[in-house]
Design a protein around this ligand. Sequence first.
Ligand code: ATP
Length: 365
Amino acid sequence: MAQIRVEALEKSFGNFRAVKGADFTVEDGQFLCLLGPSGCGKTTTLRMIAGLELPTAGIIRLGGEDVTMNRASARDIAFVFQLFALYPHLNVRRNIGFPLKCEGIGAAERERRVMEAARILRISHLLDRSVSGLAGGDRQRVALGRAIVRKPKCFLMDEPLGALDTEMREEMIGELRALHDRLGATTVYVTHDQLEAMAMADVIAVMNHGSVEQVASPRDIYDRPASLFVADFIGSPPMNLLPFRGSLEAGGRTIRLGERDVAIPAAREAQADSDLVLGVRPEHVRFADRGMVRGEIYGVEYLGTTQIVTVTTPYGALKARSPASISFRTGENIGLDFRPDTLSIFDQESGRAIRTALHDGGAHG
Ligand code: ATP
């Protein structure tokens, strides 16, 4: 297995920059998810790593070696697509063994490796079946079998679960992660689904409009979003973002929100009087009679164990997650409070975080 390193990677189609200076490293054996909305450049980035697309600029290293100009076939990478590109006229055994046959590996060794892949994927009983009659999950297992049978240095996967129904997808998320843990293969996985990324990744690279906005663990992406885009993209519902005008002085412990001073953790950066955005996750909004913000309950969305309460405030609508056992009345006037150590602050103009929640070992829970 091998480390994948992407350095200042660029791809333009005519005048359109689909990937803008992407920089990230997937350590040997790591599972990295490229996550972002449709059209943000995930697939293009993956295809460049695979050698299916030539970068306009930048470097791709595989195990330290510069492979930027190497053809796909010379990269020792396995690609798994959303659409299971299986050969309908071949049975499961032959589909899985196909890449080995192309490499000229003999029948006995081929059979041994196909059996091993099938055992890992728990599809040994399907080996003689036609792939055309298989259910979606099993078809995807066969596609995975074809990828793992070659024992490549890295796996690249482009929305491999996108075509499955919800139940099958949830099952396959667990299986894919278990497969990764077992094989220890360096993996880059493209998805637009944050739940998939959160559940599977060691590291998530969030992309937006061709740029990588943040590369971090799922927990850091959630707790310490590096930009307004990440704060808004991750979480369901996403982080509440309240615009305000204010100053952060070095070492300051409060910011002014309307008529109130809001306590924050010790300032990390000084900031002149400017347009800022306060970020707070719904689960960190507390109901308190003497809270720093007052508002009116607009609606309540019941989710079983919790509920999402939407409150209109002078700073805009705010969502709070509360235990489902508490009852709220629409139209009720209510006070809201935020736990200082959970607040994020962003610069409105650059969109970048100037203070991130739970930073520097701030209190959790
Ligand atoms: P999706 O999940 O919808 O596939 P994505 O994040 O994978 O989105 P890409 O497929 O990488 O996005 O595409 C990024 C942008 O580049 C899109 O605007 C797309 O239209 C454009 N693009 C991709 N391939 C080409 C091409 N061959 N020619 C011109 N534009 C392209």
